[in-house]
Design a protein around this ligand. Structure first.
Ligand code: AIR
Length: 216
């Protein structure tokens, strides 16, 4: 038995898949997570470092698409859903099964706990669409990456959803030179930051650096 709220999402996914919208109007990246308790890891906030959504939105110029039929202005977009492999297996199946037809190019899937099956099952069902798995906790790593030969998944280390977003953009950038530029620019900024911090640490000395950078 499938709950009404879940069934309506499943129906919506199938309806959207049937629309056959042009690529530029559909989200390139789908972010799914096993629970909204994964959101701090997948997006950032609540004491967690920036995650996949932040990398896409703040570093790479993506907009979040919240209405499949009314895309934002931005050329590159992502969408976000909670999809639980164990609590809502039918939704997981529908999301993965319709992903390619709905115009997604890559999925970032995160789950926590010891049975973190959303990433690997999504990868199996959505194949040949690439899926990047995010183990939300250390104890989820084996579950996410433990796929049999012939059933691939790409995965990042526990909690590193930010890197999953960069990998997604790397995949997309092979077809979109603007994204390649954004990735190169992001990396340049990253290096700039390290260089600035290194110079400050060296020139201020450790106590001076702590005074300048650390909040008491
Ligand atoms: N989870 C949810 N459905 C299947 C799994 N494996 C995971 C979520 C979350 C953890 O279980 O991805 O990391 C705890 O979920 P909750 O909703 O109890 O906070």
């Amino acid at each position: 038995m499938t709950a009404d709220s879940v069934q309506s999402l499943i129906d919506q996914l199938h309806e959207e898949a049937a629309l056959d919208l042009p690529d530029a109007e559909t989200p390139e990246v789908g972010i799914v997570m096993g629970s909204d308790s994964d959101l701090p890891t997948m997006a950032g906030g609540q004491g967690k470092r920036p995650g996949a959504s932040a990398a896409l939105a703040e570093e790479l110029g993506f907009a979040e698409q919240t209405d499949y039929e009314n895309p934002p202005e931005a050329r590159f977009t992502f969408e976000t859903f909670v999809v639980s492999a164990h609590r809502t297996p039918e939704l997981m199946y529908a999301y993965a099964e319709t992903a390619e037809q709905r115009g997604l190019d890559v999925i970032i899937a995160g789950a926590g706990g010891k049975s973190a099956d959303l990433p690997n099952m999504t990868a199996s069902i959505a194949y040949p669409l690439p899926v990047i798995g995010v183990p939300v906790q250390e104890k989820s790593v084996d579950s996410v990456i433990g796929m049999p030969q012939g059933a691939p998944i790409t995965a990042v280390d526990a909690g590193k959803s930010f890197n999953a977003a960069l990998t997604a953009a790397q995949i997309l950038s092979r077809q979109h030179p603007e994204l390649r530029e954004r990735l190169v620019e992001y990396h340049r900024d990253l290096q700039e930051g390290v260089g600035d911090v290194s110079r400050d640490l060296h020139e201020l000395g450790t106590p001076g650096f702590k005074d300048a950078y650390w909040e008491e």
